[in-house]
Design a protein around this ligand. Structure first.
Ligand SMILES: C[S@@+](CC[C@H](N)C(=O)[O-])C[C@H]1O[C@@H](n2cnc3c(N)ncnc32)[C@H](O)[C@@H]1O
Length: 242
């Protein structure tokens, strides 16, 4: 997957980031409706620790969606887990909207996530934690959440079953469970295999807001914002300790 994938048609939150981006600081402004002030965020980006070190298009779409539609009271006080957070952009915006957030990723991304929490003064409201898909949920994070967020996490085929297993671990078959917002950019045919696996355990619907002024532009960029629901009675293989 190319490292830089600018939003093109979409109003970008920050300047485009080339694949070679190294230790840069973006100043991000996320618009909030109803004459409320924009959310300002500083975002350190650095491609060195891996593809998650820059802000990806589906993450920008999900961050903007949260700011447009999930202002207080929706996220205020809610417990939010973000999977594959990369820089942490989505989770940091959720925190600015009042949530208590755990941004998670693989070990190489933890320093940039921790730095982004620090430079936005968002500790202890936001915690960075290691969460490798397909592995048991770490004991250091709560085991239940109000929201699970994931953006641009469908891109590496060997990780598809691992991501599905982690989603199953986070979302019980019994209701109510967390609300899962899954923002996805279609890139290649193999993505279908992820949805074939996901279908065994989840149903999904577009987050349908026809009045959303941005929906048309992100759809043109092959980005979908989905709400996942666990299939009642679906049985996931238990994640075992390595
Ligand atoms: C394309 S980036 C998206 C980052 C961020 N969500 C965004 O939208 O800007 C995908 C992220 O998934 C993470 N990831 C990939 N495989 C993973 C795994 N097996 N366990 C945990 N995270 C993983 C990567 O480290 C990376 O940060």
């Amino acid at each position: 997957m190319p490292v830089a994938d600018p939003l093109r048609q979409l109003p970008a939150l920050g300047p485009p980031q080339p694949p070679s981006v190294h230790n840069e600081l973006l100043h991000i402004l996320v618009p909030v409706p109803h004459n409320r002030p924009d959310i300002a965020l500083r975002l350190a980006v650095d491609a060195a620790p891996g593809c998650g070190g820059i802000a990806w298009p589906a993450g920008e779409v999900l961050a903007r969606y949260l700011a447009r539609h999930r202002g207080p009271p929706s996220l205020a006080g809610a417990r939010v887990l973000e999977l594959g957070s990369g820089t942490g952009l989505v989770g940091l915006i959720a925190a600015r909207l009042g949530a208590h957030v755990w941004i998670t990723d693989q070990p190489p991304l933890l320093p940039i996530m921790a730095n982004n929490i620090r430079i936005n003064d968002l500790a202890p409201q936001v915690t960075a934690a290691e969460l490798n898909w397909g592995e048991p949920l770490p004991c250091s994070i709560p085991q239940t959440f109000d929201f699970v967020l994931a953006a641009d996490c469908v891109y590496f085929e060997p990780a598809f079953p691992l991501l599905v297993a982690t989603l199953c671990a986070l979302v019980p078959t019994s209701s109510p469970g967390p609300e899962v917002l899954f923002c996805y950019k279609k890139r290649r045919k193999a993505d279908k295999r992820f949805f074939a696996l996901l279908k065994k355990h989840f149903t999904w619907t577009d987050v349908d807001d026809a009045s959303d002024p941005e929906r048309q532009s992100y759809s043109r960029e092959a980005i979908s914002l989905l709400r996942l629901r666990r299939r009642p009675g679906s049985v996931a293989s238990p994640i075992s300790k390595a």
